[in-house]
Write a protein that binds this ligand. Structure first.
Ligand SMILES: *Cc1c(COP(=O)(O)O)cnc(C)c1O
Length: 481
């Protein structure tokens, strides 16, 4: 037996490379990353390839070892080339963010030390660190000290956690569900609809509240709908507002909605996955006034704090409500349960073992301080307004409403022919060009282009380039279509 174990050990020890091997692996990975970063200003934001990276699937996982050089080569051609390049400042579609570099170093340390950030007993320091970040965000948005929260993988899970906390806080039993009403708009992010279904609430009555011309929820209409529902014996319980919709960046009248939720006894959930971090600048703070009235709030550091993908946040004003929804007991965790009086991420979310994702947020904040984040978020707001002004000067372009935050909607109206066909062709041409990436949406049956400014790498020169590209491609299509 001892011999057999030792023989296995010899092979198993391959999992622990020695210092010289580590250095060589690290140098090669860093060199590859540096090559990418040194070219980032000139790399395309979107690359169309024939193969679309399928080559990665042709290289199977096998028994024997491979080389790092081969692995990097596979990544270079199959993963890091085709499709969207979200690290590019030219990424102006969907909701960008960018991915600030110190987060990668935070991830590196988190992975090497592999601290158990789920439970205070396992790594009190890691839990204090994550709780401290929650407190920092709470203070930022005007939530009271002692509120609850969780660093999630993204906004979708954060919405799910908020909605589950709301459900349990309102003691919704399954028999109540068919006559319980939820209020939202058609512009609410689809992850909210998903969360409602996952939370077992799809049989609730969904009330889509009318919006004003700028796609903001109509507060008076909401109040009337709630009144009518109460009169007919329904049970209004949840209001879901947006602090920046994904489609057009619209911010609902958050303060007015807060008054209604309070007066009517509804749980008030705000999805600020895209927009909440605009509170870092004065202009954003004005637009987001009333966000602090909510009972739960979603904000995505991998959007508005420019972190690489993998970090969202949910805040719940009354920590006890969050705890009530996610506490657990397990015999094998008895030491951990008895040791901590402070709440751990595992008490406040569906997760137990989790990535120590606080470090990727904490390290950049420690290194840079908050000031550059404030400047960057205000810069993005102003860049969107600048684009909104400038695109109107280009002949043929028309715009949607003035941006609340950093998303602008616009389209080209061709001299002749179908505008929808033209704008679809226009966005395809921009993709083919690849220097910047724009996405599109349908607004009231109109094929509409979007500009979403939120990458920390997007600056004035990127917006000027985008205007140039749009002018060039629209002109080209006018003469050929
Ligand atoms: C991006 C987004 C989400 C979803 O967040 P993920 O981090 O992609 O899971 C939810 N709501 C809004 C408004 C968003 O912009």
């Amino acid at each position: 037996m001892r011999e057999e174990i030792q023989q296995l050990e010899r092979i198993a020890r391959m999992l622990e490379p020695q210092a010289d091997v580590r250095a060589s692996l690290r140098d090669d990975v860093v060199a590859y990353a540096e090559e990418f970063l040194s070219k980032i200003d000139d790399l395309p934001a979107y690359v169309v390839t024939e193969d679309k990276g399928i080559g990665i699937a042709d290289s199977p996982i096998i028994e024997g070892p491979g080389t790092l050089a081969e692995a990097i080569q596979l990544l270079r051609f199959n993963v890091d080339r085709p499709g969207l390049n979200p690290a590019s400042g030219g990424h102006l579609g969907y909701i960008p963010g960018g991915g600030i570099y110190p987060s990668a170093l935070g991830d590196y340390l988190a992975d090497v030390m592999n601290r158990y950030a789920g439970v205070h007993f396992g790594s009190p320091g890691a839990v204090y660190l994550e709780n401290m970040l929650i407190d920092w965000m709470a203070e930022l948005v005007g939530y009271p000290k002692g509120c609850g929260g969780n660093l999630t993988s993204g906004g979708s899970i954060a919405n799910l956690i908020g909605i589950v906390a709301a459900r349990d806080a309102h003691g919704l039993a399954s028999a109540d569900i068919p006559r319980s009403t939820i209020y939202l708009t058609r512009q609410v992010h689809h992850s909210v609809d998903k969360a409602i279904r996952i939370a077992g609430l799809k049989e609730c009555v969904l009330r889509f509240v009318p919006m004003d011309r700028n796609f903001r929820m109509d507060a008076a209409a909401l109040d009337m709908m709630i009144g009518a529902d109460l009169a007919s014996g329904l049970r209004p319980w949840l209001l879901i507002a947006s602090a920046g919709t994904t489609d057009t960046g619209a911010v609902d009248p958050l303060a007015d909605l807060g008054d209604i939720a309070r007066d009517r006894g509804l749980w008030y959930h705000i999805d600020g996955a895209y927009g909440a971090f605009f509170i870092l600048c004065d202009e954003g703070r004005k637009i987001l006034r009333g966000m602090e009235r909510s009972d739960s709030l979603v904000m995505d550091p991998h959007k508005g704090l420019f972190l690489p993908y993998g970090t969202g946040t949910v805040l719940v004003k009354d920590n006890a409500k969050l705890y009530d929804a996610f506490w657990y007991q397990a015999a094998y965790l008895q030491d951990a349960l008895n040791s901590a009086t402070i709440h751990s991420p595992a008490d406040l979310s569906p997760e137990l073992t989790k990535h120590f994702r606080g470090l990727r947020m904490w390290l950049p904040l420690k290194l840079f301080g908050v000031a550059p984040f404030r400047a960057a978020i205000e810069e993005k707001l102003l860049l969107a307004r600048y684009f909104y002004e400038e695109i109107q000067r280009l002949p043929g372009f028309e715009v949607g409403n003035a941006p609340d935050l950093s998303i602008v909607t616009y389209r080209y109206v061709p001299a002749k022919g179908d505008a929808n066909v033209f704008n679809e062709a226009l966005v395809k041409e921009v993709h083919k060009d690849g220097r910047v990436f724009l996405s599109s949406t349908m607004i009231d049956g109109k094929f509409t282009l979007r500009l979403a400014v939120l990458s920390f790498r997007t600056h004035l020169r990127t917006i000027d380039l985008t205007l140039e590209i749009l002018k060039e491609k629209a002109h080209m299509l006018e003469t050929t279509l």
